[in-house]
Design a protein around this ligand. Structure first.
Ligand SMILES: Cc1ncc(COP(=O)(O)O)c(C=O)c1O
Length: 387
């Protein structure tokens, strides 16, 4: 029987009570005013001008790639993607006809390996780079931003599993030209399912708004919509149902946005709890296992504590001990994405020393706000004994 789950819901009974009280007022449930409020509060919280709420972190990534593709801003469709991240950090590149080039993982943060990234930038001069902020440990952003300036690429920042992490006072997701977030169950905060894309650029914002809803202009600000109406000489009767770009329906609802607002109210508490647990795990296990090393000035906000065993045999022993003691575990994110069939069926196997090590020896331990110091110690004891 599992006693310690990898993920616990951050939507608690108080949140459910608030939701029920709100629902009893018979509010509009589809996307509307509450979504706009959630987007505005999210933008303020993360430090971006605009945000577009949608139905998952994966949809947020899809929207980033699609907006970039349609923006006319790309110098080419080469994109550097991480070997350690999530399948939907990379899949949209394949779906939208980009040429993805896979990058090794950094030995400290497990984000993009900076030397490999620079060699790929020199060789391929890609139009864009997708950076994953791995598991709430922010990457070395000084060098990433210097490389961005030097090589002139557009940065997509996947902060889906890094909400609340920050680097020298700036939030994860605050660095990208386009940034994505996930509010899936078990992530730093939850809207059941949900995602957000944030940007400072009004062109990207308008594309995201149209892409999210069928390609129509109804969600645009009045001036932006009027510009299109004039450009295409649309009459008032047709105007709401004119489709300007080939879009999707990736909307969420006001119900999910209402939950999101409640989660934002307690996000600072969630961050401090997750950071405390993470640092306690790190104190107990660093040196005995290989763990992520944050850059100075980082605030960590992890959803699981990730660690690497010495080898596959040691990982098997640790996993068995965890399972025997009712502690849920799994592989480290997706390991190396370059070893998965979705990639190897289409491209050459992308094998790199660090990413492969994460693939073959990595595992997760639970971290969530309800975990107490004594729980962390119990889990760390079980791991230590298995070493
Ligand atoms: C780095 C990263 N990107 C994207 C996603 C996808 O988010 P979602 O599950 O909301 O689709 C995840 C999910 O864990 C993730 O870890």
């Amino acid at each position: 029987m599992i006693k310690y789950f990898l993920a616990e819901d951050t939507i608690d009974s108080k949140d459910i009570d608030r939701l029920i009280a709100w629902l009893k007022g018979a509010p509009r449930l589809t996307k509307g005013e509450v979504t706009l409020e959630f987007e505005a509060r999210w933008s303020g919280w993360v430090g971006k001008r605009y945000s577009v709420f949608n139905n998952s972190g994966s949809s947020a990534n899809l929207l980033m790639y699609a907006a970039l593709d349609l923006s006319g801003r790309l110098k080419n469709k080469k994109v550097i993607v991480p070997s350690v991240g999530w399948v939907t950090s990379v899949a949209p590149a394949m779906q939208f006809g980009f040429q993805p080039i896979m990058c090794e993982a950094d030995p400290d943060t497990f984000g993009l390996d900076l030397d490999h990234l620079e060699s790929l930038l020199k060789k391929h001069r890609p139009g864009s780079v997708l950076l994953v902020q791995v598991l709430g440990v922010p990457h070395k952003m000084a060098r990433i931003m210097a490389l961005k300036k030097k090589y002139g690429f557009i940065l997509m920042e996947d902060a889906c599993a890094a909400i609340g992490a920050s680097w020298r006072g700036k939030k994860a997701g605050g660095f990208g030209d386009l940034s994505s977030f996930s509010f899936y169950f078990g992530h730093q905060m939850s809207t059941i399912e949900g995602g957000m894309v944030s940007t400072d650029d009004p062109r990207f914002r308008d594309l995201l708004l149209m892409l999210r809803s069928h390609g129509w202009g109804k969600d645009l600000e009045p001036a932006a919509r009027q510009k299109l109406v004039r450009k295409y000489k649309i009459d008032d009767f047709h105007s709401p149902f004119v489709f300007y770009i080939p879009g999707f329906n990736l909307r969420s609802t006001d119900l999910n946005a209402f939950i999101g607002l409640g989660q934002l109210d307690k996000l600072d508490w969630i961050i401090s709890r997750r950071q405390e647990n993470h640092l306690r795990f790190k104190e107990r296990l660093d040196g005995k296992l290989y763990v992520q090393k944050p850059d100075p000035g980082s605030v960590i906000c992890s959803i699981h504590f990730g660690a690497l065993a010495r080898d596959g045999a040691q990982r098997r022993r640790i996993v068995k001990a965890l399972v025997d003691n009712g502690i849920e575990t799994r592989i480290f994110s997706a390991g190396n994405l370059g070893l998965h069939p979705f990639w190897t069926d289409r491209y050459k196997r992308a094998s790199f020393p660090m990413a492969d090590r994460i693939h073959h020896t990595g595992f997760f331990l639970p971290n969530n706000p309800s975990l107490k110091p004594e729980d962390v110690d119990f889990i760390a004891d079980v791991v230590e004994k298995a070493l």
